[in-house]
Ligand binder design. Structure first.
Ligand code: ADP
Ligand code: MG
Length: 389
């Protein structure tokens, strides 16, 4: 990298690859400390493009846009993992970039993620990797019923199919286009949790407490912090596994590790996000430092604040479904009633077109106790017409 290493003072411009809600919240956090933000994102109306000073409306592999980003930014980060490796390598040679292309490459690919967990001794689901030429009949009988997941580009449960028996595997694989896949044993989950942490260039690291996550249809529905089922032992195991992963990757930036807890009490790592995570959005309203502030702190090489949570929270994702009534007619959710709830913090991402399953925003309910936070979230569910949890 040609630019000087070391602390980057406010006034400098930080770049972000990707213009979704994560880029938007990163930009808002960095701007509040006086940094400029440039976003590379093809969509003119994207959430982050609306709030950044410099919007480069181009593809992630556009040479001129990458050139401008490298020239104008003191450091660059990513808001999602599917940035082409070539773009990241090119940028890395010209401007401080965090996380590294190597770390992102691992998180882009479920097969590499699983190999990393296994190499580091972090327990994960039993699995087999299917690549072109693999014999699907060779998958062990103990992996069924299983979940076949595309190795790359899956998110929010997309690119996944359940496979009941070994005999169903060839058809399931064909249905996913025969691309590289990971077949995972379908596990008997007691609950899910995730842990967000940050690690600086100097190796210093800080962690948030893990939050408990509830998924519906493969999409995060709600997160609870503190999580009602997370014992101190489980929290400790998650913290230690996440540290091992961050160190093993030589990671710089914010990352999130998703975990499963099985009915027999075992904790298994599921996947790694090389960026802030939907389940960590509550930190904006519940902690002395948010996951997005830690993201810019790692980028500018400022000291990492140790997170301290001052409020219990229940966070609800607000999907596009809420913008439609039972007859399928579009409507505006009753924000006045939501906002009338004490402790309800509304975050909308500026997406103009609601679609079913699309993440339009989130609502963080803060309170003095987990029980009260849950009550507020349940009330919000009733107001918004969401199934209670
Ligand atoms: P995504 O990238 O879509 O988040 P995940 O691998 O995290 O993909 O899967 C999405 C959700 O599907 C998980 O949060 C969990 O609820 C469920 N799931 C995934 N893998 C398994 C498994 N092996 N056994 C049981 N449930 C699973
Ligand atoms: Mg996931």
């Amino acid at each position: 990298m040609s630019k000087a290493a070391g602390f980057i003072p406010p006034g400098a411009t930080l770049g972000v690859l990707g213009g979704g809600q994560l880029g938007r919240m990163f930009a808002q956090a960095a701007q509040s400390a006086g940094y400029g933000v440039a976003v590379l994102e093809a969509d003119e109306a994207a959430p982050a493009a609306q709030v950044t000073g410099i919007h480069l409306a181009a593809r992630y592999d556009d040479p001129l846009a990458l050139e401008q980003l490298a020239r104008d930014c003191a450091a660059v980060t990513v808001e999602f993992e599917n940035i082409p490796a070539q773009s990241m390598h090119w940028l890395e040679s010209r401007v401080p970039l965090a996380p590294s292309p190597q770390a992102v490459a691992v998180c882009q690919d479920r097969a590499q993620e699983k190999a990393l967990f296994q190499r580091l001794g972090v327990p994960c689901a039993p699995c087999a990797v299917l690549t072109a030429g693999s014999d699907p009949d060779a998958a062990g009988a103990d992996l069924f019923p299983g979940i076949l997941k595309t190795a790359r580009l899956g998110y929010d449960g997309k690119g996944q199919v359940t496979v009941q028996t070994a005999a169903d595997l060839p058809a399931a694989w064909a249905a996913l286009g025969g691309v590289d896949c990971v077949l995972e044993k379908k596990l008997d989950l007691a609950f899910e949790l995730s842990l967000v942490m940050a690690r600086g260039r100097d190796g210093s690291a800080v962690q948030f407490a893990p939050q408990q996550n509830l998924h519906r249809d493969g999409i995060l529905f709600a997160s609870f912090s503190p999580g009602p089922s997370i014992t101190p032992e489980i929290a400790q195991a998650a913290q230690s596994a996440a540290s091992t992963v961050a160190q093993g990757l030589g990671y710089v930036g914010v990352l999130c590790v998703e975990f499963f807890v099985l009915r027999d009490g075992r904790l298994l790592a599921n996947e790694i996000a090389p960026r802030p995570h939907n389940s960590g959005h509550h930190t904006i309203d519940s902690c002395n430092v948010s996951q997005f502030e830690l993201q810019w702190r790692t980028l500018v090489q400022a000291p990492l604040l140790v997170p301290r949570q001052h409020s219990a929270t229940a966070m609800l994702n607000l999907l596009g479904d809420l913008w439609f009534d039972a007859a399928g007619r579009q409507r505006e959710p009753d924000w006045a009633a939501v906002l009338a709830q004490p402790g309800a913090h509304l975050h909308l991402y500026g997406k103009h077109e609601p679609r079913k399953g699309r993440k339009m925003g989130h609502l963080t309910c803060t309170a003095a106790s987990p029980v009260e936070a849950r009550q507020t979230a349940l009330h919000a569910c009733a107001v918004l017409g969401m199934e209670p949890f």
